[in-house]
Design a protein around this ligand. Structure first.
Ligand code: FES
Length: 180
């Protein structure tokens, strides 16, 4: 089956959501899902298609911590540093990740496998401290959980590489079409 141009995929979504409340946030979420991050080109494209000022799109893209303006690792680790998680030790978990991965907050490992981010309350304080990796949620995390997560996702990364499925998986690179 021929691959659909990522901008065409985004256009379909824009058509469906442009007029809906919160449409811009939904469109940017979709754009990030398709492209992996919101590059300046993608932001400009969204502004053009939605007939919005570029500053409005950039404002939303930078306001929400879920959006990234630079390429993200294959696995995005979020450690909640909200109050409930912090008092239960998420600061130590975050420090453990930094040490294990050799990166600071908002940085990506050189192999592109992990991006480490700190987040605010995820609304799941009853299972604090909380760590998420992509869509997966890890409850009552500890520094040992951090070590187990890194080991598990590294192993998975190796297996995918072996299966030759790893490179560029889920990430679309394309040039936006010229303005009509
Ligand atoms: S403070 Fe972490 S989930 Fe609420």
């Amino acid at each position: 089956m021929p691959e659909i141009n990522p901008y065409a995929r985004l256009d379909r979504f824009i058509r469906a959501y442009a007029e809906k409340p919160g449409g811009l946030v939904r469109v940017l979420q979709k754009a990030q899902e398709i492209f992996g991050y919101l590059s300046p080109e993608v932001q400009t494209y969204v502004a053009r298609q939605m007939k919005l000022p570029a500053s409005t799109v950039a404002g939303v893209a930078t306001f929400y911590s879920q959006f990234a303006a630079v390429p993200q690792g294959k696995n995005v680790i979020n450690v909640c540093l909200g109050t409930a998680c912090y008092v239960k030790g998420s600061g130590e978990i975050f420090a453990a990740f930094k040490k294990l991965l050799g990166v600071d907050a908002d940085e990506t490992t050189p192999d592109g496998l992990f991006t480490l981010r700190a987040t605010r309350c995820l609304g799941a304080c009853s299972i604090a401290p909380v760590v998420t990796v992509n869509e997966a949620v890890f409850a009552h995390a500890t520094p040992e959980t951090a070590a187990a997560i890194v080991a598990r996702y590294r192993k998975e990364g190796e297996e995918r590489k072996d299966a030759a499925e790893y490179a560029g998986l889920g990430r679309a690179a394309a040039t936006p079409p010229p303005p009509a």
